[in-house]
Design a protein around this ligand. Sequence first.
Ligand SMILES: Nc1ncnc2c1ncn2[C@@H]1O[C@H](COP(=O)(O)OP(=O)(O)OP(=O)(O)O)[C@@H](O)[C@H]1O
Ligand SMILES: [Mg+2]
Length: 318
Amino acid sequence: MDKLLEVENLTKVFSFGSLLSRVRITAVDDVSFYIAPAEIFALAGESGCGKSTTARIILGFEHPTSGTIIHSGQVEAKNEKVWFTEGIQAIFQDPFGTFNPLRTVDSYFFETVRNYKLAKGRADAIDLIDRKLKAVGLSYEEFAGKYPSEFSGGQLQRISIARALLTDPKLLIADEPVSMVDASLRMSIVNLFKKLKEEFGVSILYITHDLATAYYMADRIAIMFRGDIVEMGTVEEVLMDPKHPYTQLLRESIPEADPTRRWAGEIKLSDTEQDDYLRQGCRFAGRCPMVMEICRQEAPPDYNVDGVLVKCFLYSNE
Ligand SMILES: Nc1ncnc2c1ncn2[C@@H]1O[C@H](COP(=O)(O)OP(=O)(O)OP(=O)(O)O)[C@@H](O)[C@H]1O
Ligand SMILES: [Mg+2]
Protein backbone atom coordinates (compact mmCIF):
# COMPACT_ATOMS: atom_id res chain seq x y z
CA MET A 1 0.00 0.00 0.00
CA ASP A 2 1.09 3.53 -0.75
CA LYS A 3 2.27 5.38 2.33
CA LEU A 4 2.74 9.11 2.33
CA LEU A 5 4.19 9.24 5.81
CA GLU A 6 5.40 6.52 8.14
CA VAL A 7 6.22 7.01 11.78
CA GLU A 8 8.27 4.11 13.10
CA ASN A 9 8.95 3.39 16.76
CA LEU A 10 8.88 7.06 17.68
CA THR A 11 9.92 7.83 21.24
CA LYS A 12 10.37 11.17 22.98
CA VAL A 13 11.61 11.40 26.54
CA PHE A 14 11.49 14.72 28.36
CA SER A 15 13.44 15.12 31.55
CA PHE A 16 13.15 18.03 33.89
CA GLY A 17 13.60 18.97 37.54
CA SER A 18 16.81 19.25 39.54
CA LEU A 19 19.68 16.83 39.58
CA LEU A 20 18.39 15.19 42.74
CA SER A 21 14.76 14.94 41.78
CA ARG A 22 14.96 14.37 38.09
CA VAL A 23 11.66 13.42 36.44
CA ARG A 24 11.57 11.65 33.10
CA ILE A 25 8.40 11.50 31.08
CA THR A 26 8.10 9.32 28.02
CA ALA A 27 5.72 11.68 26.23
CA VAL A 28 5.71 9.46 23.14
CA ASP A 29 6.53 5.80 23.65
CA ASP A 30 7.42 3.60 20.69
CA VAL A 31 4.63 4.93 18.49
CA SER A 32 4.20 3.63 14.94
CA PHE A 33 1.58 4.52 12.34
CA TYR A 34 1.29 5.55 8.71
CA ILE A 35 -0.79 8.00 6.71
CA ALA A 36 -1.82 7.07 3.16
CA PRO A 37 -2.20 9.60 0.32
CA ALA A 38 -5.58 11.37 0.47
CA GLU A 39 -6.34 9.99 3.90
CA ILE A 40 -7.48 11.69 7.09
CA PHE A 41 -5.83 10.09 10.08
CA ALA A 42 -6.97 11.18 13.53
CA LEU A 43 -4.85 11.12 16.65
CA ALA A 44 -7.10 11.41 19.67
CA GLY A 45 -6.77 11.24 23.43
CA GLU A 46 -6.94 13.37 26.51
CA SER A 47 -4.68 16.28 27.38
CA GLY A 48 -1.01 15.42 27.77
CA CYS A 49 -1.09 12.04 26.02
CA GLY A 50 1.57 13.07 23.48
CA LYS A 51 -0.41 14.16 20.41
CA SER A 52 1.29 17.52 19.88
CA THR A 53 4.73 16.12 20.64
CA THR A 54 4.20 13.55 17.88
CA ALA A 55 3.11 16.33 15.51
CA ARG A 56 6.03 18.56 16.43
CA ILE A 57 8.51 15.78 15.70
CA ILE A 58 6.91 15.09 12.30
CA LEU A 59 7.12 18.82 11.55
CA GLY A 60 10.80 18.83 12.49
CA PHE A 61 10.29 21.27 15.37
CA GLU A 62 11.53 18.70 17.84
CA HIS A 63 14.06 15.87 17.66
CA PRO A 64 12.90 12.40 18.63
CA THR A 65 14.78 10.49 21.33
CA SER A 66 14.58 7.54 18.93
CA GLY A 67 12.55 6.40 15.96
CA THR A 68 12.20 7.30 12.31
CA ILE A 69 9.98 9.45 10.13
CA ILE A 70 9.71 8.20 6.54
CA HIS A 71 8.28 10.42 3.79
CA SER A 72 7.01 8.66 0.69
CA GLY A 73 9.35 5.78 1.43
CA GLN A 74 12.38 8.01 2.06
CA VAL A 75 13.96 8.57 5.43
CA GLU A 76 14.43 12.27 5.99
CA ALA A 77 18.11 13.19 5.76
CA LYS A 78 19.38 15.14 8.75
CA ASN A 79 19.22 18.91 8.24
CA GLU A 80 17.14 18.44 5.13
CA LYS A 81 14.01 20.48 5.70
CA VAL A 82 12.68 20.83 2.16
CA TRP A 83 10.09 18.12 2.48
CA PHE A 84 9.00 19.49 5.82
CA THR A 85 8.38 22.99 4.60
CA GLU A 86 6.84 22.28 1.21
CA GLY A 87 5.35 18.84 1.54
CA ILE A 88 3.91 19.31 5.01
CA GLN A 89 2.13 22.34 6.39
CA ALA A 90 0.76 22.90 9.87
CA ILE A 91 -2.55 24.36 11.03
CA PHE A 92 -2.66 25.33 14.69
CA GLN A 93 -5.32 25.66 17.32
CA ASP A 94 -5.41 29.43 17.70
CA PRO A 95 -5.88 31.26 14.39
CA PHE A 96 -5.39 34.58 16.18
CA GLY A 97 -1.99 33.41 17.39
CA THR A 98 -0.95 32.56 13.83
CA PHE A 99 -1.13 36.15 12.62
CA ASN A 100 0.40 39.30 14.12
CA PRO A 101 -2.47 41.70 14.88
CA LEU A 102 -0.47 44.62 13.46
CA ARG A 103 0.11 43.02 10.07
CA THR A 104 -2.41 42.65 7.27
CA VAL A 105 -3.16 38.99 6.59
CA ASP A 106 -2.39 39.33 2.88
CA SER A 107 1.21 40.27 3.73
CA TYR A 108 1.70 36.72 5.06
CA PHE A 109 0.50 35.30 1.77
CA PHE A 110 2.78 37.49 -0.33
CA GLU A 111 5.66 36.59 1.97
CA THR A 112 5.07 32.84 1.49
CA VAL A 113 4.75 33.34 -2.29
CA ARG A 114 8.07 35.24 -2.29
CA ASN A 115 9.88 32.79 0.00
CA TYR A 116 8.96 29.80 -2.12
CA LYS A 117 9.08 31.66 -5.46
CA LEU A 118 5.55 30.54 -6.22
CA ALA A 119 4.68 33.35 -8.69
CA LYS A 120 6.33 35.45 -11.40
CA GLY A 121 4.90 38.84 -10.54
CA ARG A 122 2.25 40.53 -8.41
CA ALA A 123 -0.65 39.69 -10.74
CA ASP A 124 0.44 36.07 -10.81
CA ALA A 125 0.72 36.05 -7.01
CA ILE A 126 -2.76 37.53 -6.56
CA ASP A 127 -4.14 34.94 -8.93
CA LEU A 128 -2.57 32.10 -6.91
CA ILE A 129 -3.69 33.59 -3.58
CA ASP A 130 -7.22 34.05 -4.88
CA ARG A 131 -7.38 30.43 -6.04
CA LYS A 132 -6.28 29.14 -2.63
CA LEU A 133 -8.74 31.45 -0.85
CA LYS A 134 -11.55 30.25 -3.11
CA ALA A 135 -10.69 26.67 -2.17
CA VAL A 136 -11.57 27.58 1.44
CA GLY A 137 -14.65 29.61 0.53
CA LEU A 138 -13.13 33.12 0.56
CA SER A 139 -11.67 35.43 -2.06
CA TYR A 140 -8.84 37.91 -2.51
CA GLU A 141 -11.14 40.96 -2.60
CA GLU A 142 -12.67 39.96 0.72
CA PHE A 143 -9.35 39.87 2.48
CA ALA A 144 -6.90 42.27 0.80
CA GLY A 145 -5.59 44.98 3.14
CA LYS A 146 -7.41 43.65 6.21
CA TYR A 147 -6.04 42.96 9.67
CA PRO A 148 -6.64 39.75 11.69
CA SER A 149 -9.11 41.53 13.99
CA GLU A 150 -11.40 42.19 11.02
CA PHE A 151 -12.14 38.46 10.71
CA SER A 152 -13.97 35.97 12.89
CA GLY A 153 -12.04 33.02 14.34
CA GLY A 154 -13.65 30.72 11.78
CA GLN A 155 -12.69 32.97 8.86
CA LEU A 156 -9.18 33.35 10.18
CA GLN A 157 -8.82 29.58 10.50
CA ARG A 158 -9.93 29.28 6.84
CA ILE A 159 -7.34 31.90 5.95
CA SER A 160 -4.59 29.98 7.74
CA ILE A 161 -5.66 26.85 5.85
CA ALA A 162 -5.53 28.77 2.53
CA ARG A 163 -2.06 30.00 3.39
CA ALA A 164 -0.95 26.45 4.16
CA LEU A 165 -2.25 25.39 0.73
CA LEU A 166 -0.06 27.89 -1.16
CA THR A 167 2.79 25.40 -1.50
CA ASP A 168 0.48 22.55 -2.57
CA PRO A 169 1.32 20.38 0.44
CA LYS A 170 0.61 16.66 0.41
CA LEU A 171 0.00 16.58 4.15
CA LEU A 172 -1.61 19.02 6.56
CA ILE A 173 -0.94 18.58 10.24
CA ALA A 174 -3.89 20.11 12.03
CA ASP A 175 -3.45 20.27 15.81
CA GLU A 176 -6.85 20.93 17.43
CA PRO A 177 -7.83 23.14 14.49
CA VAL A 178 -11.45 23.60 15.52
CA SER A 179 -11.32 23.65 19.31
CA MET A 180 -11.10 27.45 19.45
CA VAL A 181 -13.52 28.03 16.62
CA ASP A 182 -17.09 28.93 17.53
CA ALA A 183 -19.17 25.75 17.83
CA SER A 184 -21.57 26.96 15.14
CA LEU A 185 -18.71 27.30 12.62
CA ARG A 186 -16.88 24.13 13.58
CA MET A 187 -18.61 21.82 11.14
CA SER A 188 -17.88 24.14 8.23
CA ILE A 189 -14.14 23.85 8.93
CA VAL A 190 -14.45 20.08 9.36
CA ASN A 191 -16.27 19.89 6.01
CA LEU A 192 -13.53 22.00 4.48
CA PHE A 193 -10.91 19.44 5.54
CA LYS A 194 -13.02 16.69 3.96
CA LYS A 195 -13.26 18.69 0.76
CA LEU A 196 -9.49 19.25 0.65
CA LYS A 197 -9.01 15.52 0.92
CA GLU A 198 -11.64 14.61 -1.64
CA GLU A 199 -10.99 17.31 -4.23
CA PHE A 200 -7.27 17.89 -3.91
CA GLY A 201 -6.07 14.56 -2.48
CA VAL A 202 -4.51 16.23 0.56
CA SER A 203 -3.82 13.97 3.54
CA ILE A 204 -4.52 15.29 7.01
CA LEU A 205 -3.19 14.35 10.41
CA TYR A 206 -6.11 15.52 12.52
CA ILE A 207 -5.25 15.91 16.20
CA THR A 208 -8.19 16.25 18.52
CA HIS A 209 -9.92 15.66 21.85
CA ASP A 210 -13.19 15.48 20.04
CA LEU A 211 -14.24 12.01 18.91
CA ALA A 212 -17.34 13.35 17.20
CA THR A 213 -15.45 15.37 14.59
CA ALA A 214 -12.87 12.59 14.29
CA TYR A 215 -15.63 10.10 13.53
CA TYR A 216 -17.22 12.41 11.03
CA MET A 217 -14.04 13.36 9.22
CA ALA A 218 -11.34 10.72 9.57
CA ASP A 219 -10.73 7.43 7.78
CA ARG A 220 -8.62 5.85 10.51
CA ILE A 221 -7.93 6.80 14.10
CA ALA A 222 -5.31 6.12 16.75
CA ILE A 223 -6.25 6.53 20.41
CA MET A 224 -3.34 7.63 22.57
CA PHE A 225 -2.98 7.26 26.31
CA ARG A 226 0.12 8.49 28.17
CA GLY A 227 2.40 8.22 25.16
CA ASP A 228 1.08 4.89 23.87
CA ILE A 229 -1.21 4.17 20.95
CA VAL A 230 -3.67 1.87 22.74
CA GLU A 231 -6.04 1.28 19.82
CA MET A 232 -5.83 1.95 16.10
CA GLY A 233 -8.05 1.09 13.15
CA THR A 234 -10.80 2.53 10.97
CA VAL A 235 -13.02 5.08 12.74
CA GLU A 236 -15.95 2.77 12.20
CA GLU A 237 -14.26 -0.12 14.02
CA VAL A 238 -12.55 1.86 16.77
CA LEU A 239 -15.34 4.27 17.66
CA MET A 240 -18.40 2.11 17.02
CA ASP A 241 -16.97 -1.06 18.53
CA PRO A 242 -14.16 0.06 20.86
CA LYS A 243 -12.04 -2.79 22.19
CA HIS A 244 -9.55 -1.19 24.55
CA PRO A 245 -11.08 -0.36 27.97
CA TYR A 246 -9.69 3.17 27.64
CA THR A 247 -11.38 3.73 24.27
CA GLN A 248 -14.58 2.37 25.79
CA LEU A 249 -14.27 4.87 28.62
CA LEU A 250 -13.67 7.75 26.22
CA ARG A 251 -16.58 6.65 24.11
CA GLU A 252 -18.88 6.48 27.11
CA SER A 253 -17.83 9.88 28.40
CA ILE A 254 -19.50 11.40 25.37
CA PRO A 255 -23.28 11.54 25.41
CA GLU A 256 -24.90 9.95 22.42
CA ALA A 257 -27.11 12.67 21.05
CA ASP A 258 -29.56 10.68 18.97
CA PRO A 259 -30.19 7.25 17.45
CA THR A 260 -28.18 8.13 14.34
CA ARG A 261 -25.24 7.85 16.74
CA ARG A 262 -23.66 11.26 16.38
CA TRP A 263 -21.77 12.63 19.29
CA ALA A 264 -21.68 16.04 20.87
CA GLY A 265 -19.29 17.44 23.39
CA GLU A 266 -15.67 16.79 24.15
CA ILE A 267 -13.70 14.39 26.24
CA LYS A 268 -12.75 15.74 29.61
CA LEU A 269 -10.84 13.33 31.78
CA SER A 270 -8.20 13.93 34.39
CA ASP A 271 -5.01 15.81 33.65
CA THR A 272 -1.51 14.43 33.42
CA GLU A 273 -0.86 11.98 36.19
CA GLN A 274 2.75 11.23 36.72
CA ASP A 275 1.83 7.94 38.36
CA ASP A 276 0.66 6.60 35.04
CA TYR A 277 4.01 7.34 33.43
CA LEU A 278 5.99 5.78 36.25
CA ARG A 279 3.73 2.76 36.51
CA GLN A 280 5.15 -0.63 35.78
CA GLY A 281 3.02 -2.66 33.40
CA CYS A 282 0.06 -1.12 31.60
CA ARG A 283 -0.20 2.65 32.09
CA PHE A 284 -3.98 2.42 32.15
CA ALA A 285 -4.02 -0.23 34.91
CA GLY A 286 -4.69 2.36 37.63
CA ARG A 287 -7.95 3.40 36.03
CA CYS A 288 -8.97 0.28 34.15
CA PRO A 289 -12.25 -1.36 35.17
CA MET A 290 -11.05 -4.65 33.66
CA VAL A 291 -7.59 -4.69 35.26
CA MET A 292 -5.96 -8.10 35.77
CA GLU A 293 -2.91 -9.17 37.73
CA ILE A 294 -0.62 -9.28 34.67
CA CYS A 295 -1.49 -5.67 33.78
CA ARG A 296 0.35 -4.43 36.86
CA GLN A 297 3.46 -6.42 36.05
CA GLU A 298 3.99 -6.26 32.32
CA ALA A 299 3.33 -3.72 29.62
CA PRO A 300 0.89 -5.23 27.11
CA PRO A 301 2.04 -5.79 23.52
CA ASP A 302 -0.02 -4.83 20.48
CA TYR A 303 -2.63 -7.44 19.60
CA ASN A 304 -4.29 -7.58 16.20
CA VAL A 305 -8.02 -7.99 16.78
CA ASP A 306 -9.77 -8.33 13.41
CA GLY A 307 -7.41 -5.79 11.86
CA VAL A 308 -7.58 -3.38 14.78
CA LEU A 309 -4.46 -2.84 16.87
CA VAL A 310 -5.25 -3.13 20.58
CA LYS A 311 -2.66 -2.79 23.33
CA CYS A 312 -4.43 -4.80 26.01
CA PHE A 313 -4.00 -8.22 27.68
CA LEU A 314 -7.74 -8.86 27.40
CA TYR A 315 -7.02 -9.92 23.82
CA SER A 316 -3.99 -12.09 24.57
CA ASN A 317 -5.66 -15.40 23.78
CA GLU A 318 -7.51 -14.40 20.64
N1 LIG B 1 9.14 20.76 26.01
C1 LIG B 1 8.68 19.95 26.96
N2 LIG B 1 9.38 19.72 28.08
C2 LIG B 1 8.93 18.88 29.03
N3 LIG B 1 7.78 18.19 28.95
C3 LIG B 1 7.03 18.38 27.84
C4 LIG B 1 7.43 19.26 26.79
N4 LIG B 1 6.48 19.23 25.82
C5 LIG B 1 5.53 18.37 26.25
N5 LIG B 1 5.85 17.86 27.45
C6 LIG B 1 5.09 16.86 28.23
O1 LIG B 1 4.85 15.76 27.39
C7 LIG B 1 3.54 15.24 27.58
C8 LIG B 1 2.79 15.25 26.27
O2 LIG B 1 2.53 16.58 25.87
P1 LIG B 1 1.77 16.97 24.51
O3 LIG B 1 1.78 18.43 24.41
O4 LIG B 1 2.37 16.18 23.40
O5 LIG B 1 0.30 16.42 24.81
P2 LIG B 1 -1.05 16.63 23.99
O6 LIG B 1 -1.61 15.27 23.81
O7 LIG B 1 -0.80 17.44 22.78
O8 LIG B 1 -1.95 17.42 25.02
P3 LIG B 1 -3.09 18.54 24.74
O9 LIG B 1 -4.31 17.79 24.34
O10 LIG B 1 -3.24 19.19 26.06
O11 LIG B 1 -2.59 19.46 23.68
C9 LIG B 1 2.92 16.11 28.67
O12 LIG B 1 3.07 15.47 29.90
C10 LIG B 1 3.71 17.39 28.60
O13 LIG B 1 3.73 18.01 29.86
MG1 LIG C 1 -1.52 19.29 22.14
